[in-house]
Design a protein around this ligand. Structure first.
Ligand code: 3PG
Length: 398
C-alpha cells in the first residue's frame, strides 16, 4: 500500500517510522545520508498538509532513556534540511509526546524521542510490543513505514503499529524494494556481488543464497582471511574466524558445483599493526608474513576486481574492501567503487548496500550519482539479498 491509499491527509496526524540511525562523533552527525533519504516522504506529507510525527531509533540503548542516544542532533539536522523547526518530544508516548502532537499545525513535523528508550519496542513478547503500538496509535490517524533500514526488525514501531493504524509504505521503502528486487528477482547477467566487511559470520545466509544466484562472488575486507585460510594459506595476525573455516570450505565446493566464480584477492596490504600510520607492504595473498595484519586488498587485486565487474549487468556491493577510514588502506575500496561506477556507466545496474559501504562511497568522495542505487539499509538490504521475507514489508502487504 502506498501513501495514496491513505486518502486526503490534510489535518491528519501521520506517524512515520524513519531510520535515523546515523553515525555520530559525540553529538556531531558524521554522515546524514539516512536523514536526507527520508526527506522526499516527509516533504510529500507536509505538502499534503499532514501533521507529521516521526519516530526513529538511534543506536542500541537498553530500553531506558540514555542521553548519549538522544535524537536531539537528528532533530536539529532534520529541521535544517526541511527548512522548518522540528520539535523533539522528550518521550515517546508520554506527556511530552502528547503535548507535542497536540501543538502540531498542518504541514509541521515533530520527532519523538528514541523509540528504543522504551523496552517494549524490541520486546520478544508480542503482547508487550502490541501494547506500545496501541499507545503510539493513539497519537496518530495513519502510519507510514519509511525506515527501510529497519524493515527486517519485528519491532513495535515497524511491525506492530502497522497492524493497528491504516498503514502504507513510504517512498523510500518503495524505491529501495524496487531497486533491490532487480538483484533478488531475476537479475540481468552476469550478476556480480562484492562482499567485504569484517565478519564472515554476519554474511553466512547471504553467501549461501548467492551461491545459487550470482555468477561471481568477489570477496574482500576482513572476512577474506577466513577464505584464504580455508584454502590452506597462512594469514599472519589478520582477522580470522577459525570456527567458520569449515563452512567456508563448503562454500568453495558449492561454488565449484554451481559454476559460481569466487574471486579472492591475489595480493594484500599487510601492516605491522592496526593503525593509520602503521608500516605496511604489499605481499602476495599466499605470502602474508607472520605477525602482520592484512588491512586492505592490494593493487593487483583492485585491478582484478574491477576487471571482474567490467561486463557485469547487475552488481551488488556490501562491505568495504579494507580499513578505508585510514588513507593508507583505502585503495582497495576505491578501486572497487571506481570499477562499479565504470560498469554502471557501461549499462550495468549497481546497488550499494550496507551502511558502511554507503558511508565509504561518500567519505571517499565518490559521486553517488555514479551508482544506480545506494541503499540506506545495512541488515535489511542483506536480508533481502538473502531471499528472506522481512516482517516490516510483509505487514504492509497484508
Ligand atoms: C541499521 O543501522 O542497520 C538499522 O538502523 C538497524 O539498526 P539495528 O541493527 O540496531 O536494529
Amino acid at each position: 500500500k502506498t501513501i495514496d491509499s491513505l486518502g486526503d491527509l490534510r489535518g491528519k496526524r501521520v506517524l512515520v517510522r524513519s531510520d535515523f540511525n546515523v553515525p555520530l562523533d559525540g553529538t556531531t552527525i558524521t554522515d546524514d545520508g539516512r536523514i536526507r533519504a527520508a526527506l522526499p516522504t516527509l516533504k510529500r506529507l507536509t505538502d499534503a498538509g499532514a501533521r507529521v510525527i516521526v519516530m526513529a531509533h538511534l543506536g542500541r540503548p537498553k530500553g531506558t532513556p540514555d542521553p548519549q542516544y538522544s535524537l536531539a542532533p537528528v532533530a536539529a539536522r532534520l529541521g535544517e534540511l526541511l527548512g522548518q523547526d522540528v520539535v523533539l518530544a522528550e518521550d515517546l508516548v508520554g506527556p511530552s509526546a502528547k503535548k507535542t502532537v497536540e501543538a502540531l499545525a498542518d504541514g509541521q513535523v515533530a520527532l519523538l524521542e528514541n523509540v528504543r528508550f522504551d523496552a517494549r519496542e524490541t520486546s520478544k513478547a508480542d503482547a508487550e510490543r502490541a501494547e506500545l503500538a496501541g499507545e503510539l496509535a493513539q497519537l496518530a490517524d495513519a502510519f507510514v513505514s519509511d525506515g527501510f533500514g529497519v524493515v527486517h526488525r519485528k519491532q513495535a514501531s515497524v511491525y506492530d503499529v502497522a497492524q493497528v493504524l491504516p498503514a502504507a509504505a513510504g517512498d523510500l521503502v518503495l524505491g529501495e524494494v524496487e531497486s533491490l528486487s532487480k538483484a533478488t528477482g531475476d537479475p540481468e547477467r552476469p550478476y556480480a556481488v562484492v562482499l567485504g566487511g569484517s565478519k564472515v559470520s554476519d554474511k553466512l545466509g547471504v553467501i549461501a543464497n548467492l551461491l545459487t544466484k550470482a555468477d561471481r562472488l568477489l570477496i574482500g575486507g576482513g572476512m577474506v582471511f577466513t577464505f584464504l585460510a580455508a584454502k590452506g594459506l597462512s594469514v599472519g595476525n589478520s582477522l580470522l574466524e577459525e570456527d567458520q573455516i569449515e563452512t567456508v570450505k563448503g562454500y568453495i565446493t558449492t561454488a565449484e558445483e554451481n559454476g559460481v566464480e569466487i574471486v579472492l584477492p591475489v595480493d594484500i596490504v599487510a601492516a605491522d599493526s592496526f593503525a593509520a600510520d602503521a608500516p605496511h607492504q604489499v605481499v602476495g595473498a599466499d605470502e602474508i608474513p607472520d605477525g602482520t595484519i592484512g588491512l586492505d586488498i592490494g593493487p593487483e587485486s583492485g585491478k582484478l576486481f574491477a576487471d571482474k565487474l567490467a561486463d557485469a549487468k547487475t552488481i551488488a556491493w556490501n562491505g568495504p574492501m579494507g580499513v578505508f577510514e585510514f588513507e593508507a588502506f583505502a585503495a582497495g575500496t576505491k578501486a572497487v567503487a571506481q570499477g562499479i561506477i565504470e560498469a554502471t556507466a557501461a549499462g550495468g545496474f549497481s546497488i550499494v548496500g550496507g551502511g558502511d559501504s554507503a558511508a565509504a562511497v561518500r567519505a571517499l568522495g565518490f559521486d553517488e550519482a555514479g551508482f544506480s542505487h545506494i541503499s540506506t539499509g545495512g541488515g535489511a538490504s542483506l536480508e533481502l539479498l538473502e531471499g528472506k521475507e522481512l516482517p516490516g514489508l510483509t505487514v504492509l502487504a497484508d
